[in-house]
Design a protein around this ligand. Structure first.
Ligand code: SAH
Length: 477
């Protein structure tokens, strides 16, 4: 179940609370602070509820639940400790299409009340869809610690100056920059020091500064291999500031969901039938067009932009057109897949060097290149399509690498459905086919990969040699 989040304006709207105990009392207090017109119905009520009634702050039905209490209500909260009564109230409310919350009973509720971090007018609401309120509360505690109480004052200040801000920064992007400055700059810091007048002054001074037209730029961002936890802080910042994000197919959805909500996202992967060079020049044109229009362009690539990512060509193009750029490195597939498969890329005993290479060889690849690739005591990381597995192992063996060299093939590295296949080079082609390994997969070859079964800590691991031996064992008498 996925709930629809909603903030309700209950100002001058009638709300019924069924129940008169401590829980009902808490609900009444928060409803009153939102300006609701509250009626409580219960045969008995706490002293506080009675006092509120006496003061005229709430209406009170001093009786057992009556269906007509629901008349004219917008919302209902059932907070009795009797499930039969709660159920009765819920079914009548549902008949009348009134939204109802039964406290601590998601099955009977049509809306739930979230845990909140209250920095009014800024409110952060957290819900576990009713499944784990304790976890929601823990999350709330963490968020509480992130934002001090001056945040509410900052939002209130921004609200008071909103028309002036709109007028002084008519351009949406300049306005966003202004709000960033508000959140990170001297205004927020003055409010934290309880200096509201200084804060007000700083805001007004800034608003009077004329704004230069913003210059567009491109940030080439490495998104890493898939796990969003592997993004750098700089990558996250760029995603939060972007106007437009040009992303490759390899970039995971979880990562794209971290971007600013109103940034335009364009998939610039290869269009079926289009060749790589046409794809690349389409990307160049898009970067140019948007940066020249003054936009903040994020060019988001899987792994690292400078490792088999054509990042260099993109920068050369930008430089030729005088577009300012920055580069944010990402964790490349070889490093990430090795870590998540428990394979040290170098090891004092087994490998003194690592080669990041690809099985997409150019026609100038020479015999010497193959001989050097086939040498021992080095780790080879192949960035490649799985179809290359048909011939690559045979080629390495033909050039001198032992067929017993261990390998690890990592599919969807760092993602929750990562699979690692390990075995011997001579069996790789058959084993990859048998286990139907698909793209994206990274191939590691070398003595270090023998450590994978021992050091494995993430996702599924398949010992291909072992699997092959199973039928033999079962046929032995
Ligand atoms: N710039 C990227 C590489 C792009 S080339 C980087 O630095 O990682 C694309 C190849 O990278 C794929 O064919 C595959 O071999 C490898 N690759 C990328 N992400 C991967 C992942 N999550 N798991 C396994 N291999 C991956």
């Amino acid at each position: 179940m996925r709930l629809f989040p909603l903030f309700a304006d209950l100002q001058n709207r009638r709300v019924l609370v069924v129940g008169g105990g401590a829980v009902a009392e808490r609900k009444v207090a928060s409803l009153l602070s939102s300006g609701a017109v509250v009626t409580v119905g219960a045969p008995e009520a706490t002293a506080e509820i009675l006092r509120l009634h006496k003061q005229g702050a709430i209406a009170l039905h001093h009786a057992s639940f009556q269906p007509e209490w629901l008349d004219d209500m917008w919302l209902v909260i059932a907070a009795t400790d009797n499930r039969d009564i709660n159920q009765h109230v819920a079914s009548l409310a549902n008949e009348r299409r009134l939204l109802i919350n039964v406290v601590d009973d998601p099955a009977l509720s049509s809306f739930q009340v979230p845990s909140i971090v209250d920095r009014a007018p800024l409110v952060i609401a957290i819900s576990s869809s009713g499944y784990a309120p304790v976890i929601a509360r823990r999350v709330r505690e963490r968020i509480e610690a992130l934002f001090d109480h001056s945040l509410g004052e900052l939002v209130a200040l921004a609200a008071r100056h909103r028309p002036a801000i709109r007028q002084a920064r008519p351009d949406m992007r300049q306005r966003r920059q202004f709000y960033d400055w508000l959140l990170d700059g001297p205004v927020a810091s003055a409010l934290r020091k309880h200096q509201p007048i200084a804060a007000e002054k700083a805001l007004q001074t800034e608003l009077q500064q004329p704004q230069a037209a913003t210059q567009g730029k491109v940030v080439l961002v490495g998104a890493g291999p898939g796990d969003p936890g592997l993004l750098t802080l700089n990558a996250l910042r760029a995603l939060n500031e972007a106007d437009i994000i040009l992303y490759d197919r390899l970039v995971s959805n979880e990562i794209r969901e971290l971007a600013r909500r109103d940034a335009t996202q364009v998939c610039v992967g290869k269009i079926p039938g289009e060749d790589h060079n046409a794809t690349q020049s389409r990307i160049h044109q898009l970067m140019l067009e948007h940066a020249q229009a003054g936009q903040f362009v994020v060019r988001l690539k899987g792994g690292d932009a400078f490792v088999f990512g054509r990042g260099g060509e993109e920068l050369e193009f930008l430089r030729a057109h005088d577009i300012p750029y920055e580069v944010v490195p990402g964790i490349t597939a070889a490093m990430a897949c090795a870590s998540y498969a428990g394979i040290p890329l170098t090891h004092r005993d087994y490998a003194q060097s690592v080669r990041l290479t690809t099985a997409h060889f150019s026609k100038d690849t020479t015999a010497e290149d193959w001989v050097s690739l086939a040498q021992e005591k080095q780790t080879l990381a192949f960035y490649m399509g799985v179809s290359q597995l048909d011939w690559l192992p045979g080629r390495l063996i033909a050039n001198g690498r032992s067929g017993d060299t261990p390998y690890a093939l990592i599919e969807n590295g760092t993602r929750s459905y990562q699979r690692v296949l390990h075995g011997k080079l001579k069996n790789l082609t058959a084993q990859a086919r048998q286990h139907a390994f698909k793209a994206p997969s990274l191939l590691l070859i070398g003595e270090v990969t023998a450590l994978a079964p021992k050091l494995q800590w993430f996702g599924a691991s398949i010992d291909a040699e072992d699997v092959i031996s199973i039928p033999c064992e079962s046929t032995t008498p």
